[in-house]
Ligand binder design. Structure first.
Ligand code: G4P
Length: 546
C-alpha cells in the first residue's frame, strides 16, 4: 500500500517523513489532583478538538454508560484507563496520551510513556513537586523523554515561583527555563509576562471557568507600553519587571537542544481551570516538543534503527484494553506507529508469532468520538480491534521481521490468591484471568502444585478493579485472599540448573501466562537467600516478552 514517490508528488501529498515531522505525541504526568484532567480538557479546547469544557468527562460518562466496567473509576473519582486523543491544530497533529494518575497503575503509565515522545509535567503551584510527580519524572528520564513543565493553579495562592524553580533544579536535576513569569498569585494573580516577546498577558478574574467556551482573558499587550497600567498597579508592574530581570539573569536561557537531551525544561505558568496559559503551553509543545524519533530495533539478528520516514509500516503495541464494549467482547490493541504510511486495510505481521492480520477497522481516538483511521503516520496511535492476537509488547510490521525492544513486565508488589465462589466456574475463571492478564495490567501465576491462581499487581486497587471487571464482564464472583507469597521472580538458567532448583522448590514454583518459570518467594529475605545459594540461576525482577 505504500505510495511510490512519483504518485506521492503527483498527488501533492506531503511525504511520509514530512507527515511524521508534524506529529507531536505526548503524555501528561502529575501527582493526583494537580490538574491533569482539567489541563487535558483545556488543551483539547485550546486545540479546537472540543467546543466546551466538560466534554472530556461527558464523553467519559457516555463511554461508561455503554460499558460500565469503570464503576470503580467513577466511584473513586480516579482515571483508571489510559487512552489517546488526537487533534489537528496549527498545522500539527497532536496525540495526547492519557495516563492513569493513581500510583497503583504505575505500570500502565510506564507502558504508555514508552509511546510518548514528550511529556508535560503538571505541578500544583502551591505544592511543587509531589511524590508521584517524582516517580513519573524518573520514568521519563529513564526513557530520555523531554519534559515541558506547566505550573498550574496560579489563580490560587502559590509558592514563590523562584522557589518552585529551585525545587525543579534540586529535586529533578533539570535546568528550568521559564518562558513566562507570573504577576502574583491567588486573589492577586494579574497575569503573566511573555519573557521572549515582552508582552503582558492579563488574567481576567472572571475569565475562563468550566462553563465558558471562550477564554475571556484580554489580549496580550506590550509590557513597556501605556496600556499595561489598566491591568497592573505601579508597584505590581515594578515587581514584575524586577522579577523578570532577575530570572532572565539567573536562569539559563531556553536551549531547545538541551531540552531534547533531557537536561532542561521550559516552564509555563497558568490556570487550567480558568483557561489561562493553556494556549501558550500548546504553542510551546508544538514549537519545541519533538516529532517521533528513529527507534532502535532488530531485524533478524541485526540491530537497526527504524526512521519515521521509512517506507515500511511498523509499530509496537503498548497497551491492550479488553471489553471496551462488553457486548462485543472486543479487545483493542493500541499501536504506536514508528514508520511508514499506514493505510486502512493494510496487512501487518506480528514479529514473534508470524501471524498476519488485515487491519480493516483501525480506530483513531479523536476527542469527540472514535473514528475509522484511513491513514496514519509515525507518532500516531491506532487502536486495532482483535480477539486476543495482539499482546502488549508485540512488534508489527509489513515484513514481520522488525522487533522493537520489548516492554518489561515488573515483578508485582502484591500477590493474592483468587477463588471463584461457584466452583463449577473454575474453567471459566482461568480464561477470564488469562484474558485480563494479557492486557498486561495484572499478572497471572499458576503454581505448579495445587489448583489456585495467584494474581500479582502493583497496588490493592488493581484487585478491586479486577474483581469488578470479572463480575461485570464475565459474570464471575471472585474472592481475593492473602497468598503465602510476597515476591515473584522470573528464572533463567541452563536447563540442568533450572531443573535442580525447581526440584528443590516445587511448592514455590509457578508459570506465568507465557509458560515461563517463576519463583514465588515468601519474603524478600527468602529471595535473597535462594539468589545466593543458586548463583547459576538468575532471579529477574522484570521480564521482557520475547
Ligand atoms: P487530576 O486529574 O490531576 O487528578 O486533577 P483534576 O484535573 O481532576 O483537578 C483536581 C482539582 O483541582 C479539581 O477540583 C479541579 O477543578 C482543580 N483544578 C484544576 N486546575 C485548577 C486551576 O488551575 N485552578 C484551580 N483553582 N483549581 C484547579 P475538585 O474540586 O477536586 O474537582 P471538581 O469538583 O472541580 O471537578
Amino acid at each position: 500500500m505504500s505510495i511510490p514517490p512519483a504518485a506521492e508528488a503527483a498527488s501533492n501529498r506531503p511525504g511520509v517523513a514530512a507527515q511524521a515531522a508534524r506529529r507531536r505525541t505526548f503524555a501528561i504526568i502529575s501527582h493526583p489532583d494537580a490538574g491533569k484532567t482539567t489541563l487535558t480538557e483545556n488543551l483539547l479546547l485550546a486545540g479546537g478538538a472540543i467546543r466546551a469544557a466538560g466534554a472530556v468527562r461527558a464523553r467519559g460518562e457516555n463511554r461508561r454508560t455503554r460499558s460500565d466496567w469503570m464503576k470503580i473509576e467513577r466511584e473513586r473519582g480516579i482515571s483508571v484507563s489510559a487512552s489517546v486523543m488526537t487533534f489537528d491544530h496549527d498545522g500539527l497533529m497532536f496525540n495526547l496520551l492519557d495516563t492513569p494518575g493513581h500510583e497503583d497503575f504505575s505500570e500502565d503509565t510506564y507502558r504508555t510513556l514508552t509511546a510518548a515522545d514528550a511529556a508535560v509535567m503538571v505541578l500544583d503551584a502551591a505544592k511543587g513537586i509531589e511524590p508521584q510527580t517524582l516517580k513519573l519524572f524518573e520514568v521519563c528520564r529513564m526513557r530520555d523523554i523531554p519534559i515541558v513543565t506547566f505550573i498550574n493553579k496560579m489563580d490560587r495562592e502559590a509558592q514563590d515561583p523562584f522557589e518552585l524553580l529551585d525545587e525543579i533544579a534540586s529535586k529533578l536535576a533539570l535546568d528550568p527555563a521559564p518562558l513566562y513569569w507570573p504577576a502574583g498569585s491567588g486573589g492577586r494573580f494579574k497575569g503573566m509576562l511573555d519573557l521572549r516577546r515582552q508582552q503582558f498577558l492579563p488574567f481576567a478574574k472572571k475569565g475562563g471557568g468550566p462553563a465558558h467556551d471562550e477564554d475571556g482573558h484580554p489580549d496580550a499587550i506590550a509590557f513597556k507600553g501605556n496600556a499595561v497600567v489598566s491591568y497592573l498597579e505601579p508597584d505590581e508592574h515594578e515587581e514584575l519587571a524586577e522579577n523578570a530581570e532577575l530570572v532572565t539573569e539567573a536562569a539559563k536561557p531556553f536551549d531547545p537542544q538541551s531540552f531534547l537531551e533531557g537536561h532542561m525544561t521550559p516552564v509555563f505558568f497558568g490556570s487550567a481551570l480558568r483557561h489561562f496559559g493553556v494556549a501558550q503551553l500548546l504553542e510551546g509543545i508544538g514549537a519545541y516538543a519533538p516529532p517521533p524519533k528513529p527507534v532502535a530495533a532488530r531485524r533478524g539478528g541485526d540491530e537497526t534503527h527504524v526512521a519515521p520516514g521509512d517506507r515500511e509500516v511498523s509499530g509496537f503495541v503498548f497497551k491492550v484494553q479488553a471489553n471496551m464494549d462488553p457486548n462485543h467482547r472486543d479487545r483493542i490493541a493500541f499501536l504506536k506507529l514508528c514508520s511508514g504510511r499506514f493505510a486502512r486495510g493494510m496487512k501487518l505481521k506480528v514479529q514473534n508469532t508470524g501471524k498476519q492480520l488485515s487491519v480493516n477497522a483501525p480506530v483513531m481516538f479523536f476527542a469527540s468520538d472514535r473514528e475509522l483511521a484511513e491513514d496514519a503516520y509515525a507518532g500516531d496511535v491506532i487502536g486495532i480491534p482483535n480477539h486476543g492476537v495482539l499482546r502488549v509488547g508485540d512488534s508489527l510490521s509489513e515484513s514481520g521481521t522488525l522487533r522493537f525492544a520489548g516492554l518489561p513486565n515488573f515483578a508485582p508488589e502484591i500477590l493474592q490468591r483468587v477463588r471463584v465462589k461457584d466452583p463449577l466456574k473454575a474453567k471459566h475463571l482461568k480464561k477470564a484471568l488469562e484474558s485480563l492478564a494479557e492486557e498486561g495490567v495484572t499478572q497471572l501465576f499458576r503454581p505448579n502444585m495445587g489448583s489456585d491462581f495467584i494474581v500479582g499487581a502493583v497496588g490493592q486497587l488493581q484487585f478491586e478493579v479486577m474483581a469488578d471487571r470479572l463480575r461485570e464482564e464475565y459474570q464471575l464472583d471472585v474472592i481475593f485472599e492473602a497468598s503465602p507469597f510476597a515476591e515473584a521472580r522470573w528464572l533463567t538458567a541452563d536447563r540442568a540448573d533450572l531443573e535442580d532448583f525447581t526440584g528443590k522448590h516445587r511448592t514455590a514454583m509457578a508459570t506465568d501466562i507465557d509458560e515461563q518459570p517463576v519463583f514465588l518467594g515468601k519474603s524478600a529475605w527468602e529471595v535473597n537467600y535462594v539468589t545466593e545459594r543458586f548463583p547459576k540461576v538468575r532471579f529477574e525482577r522484570a521480564k521482557e516478552r520475547a
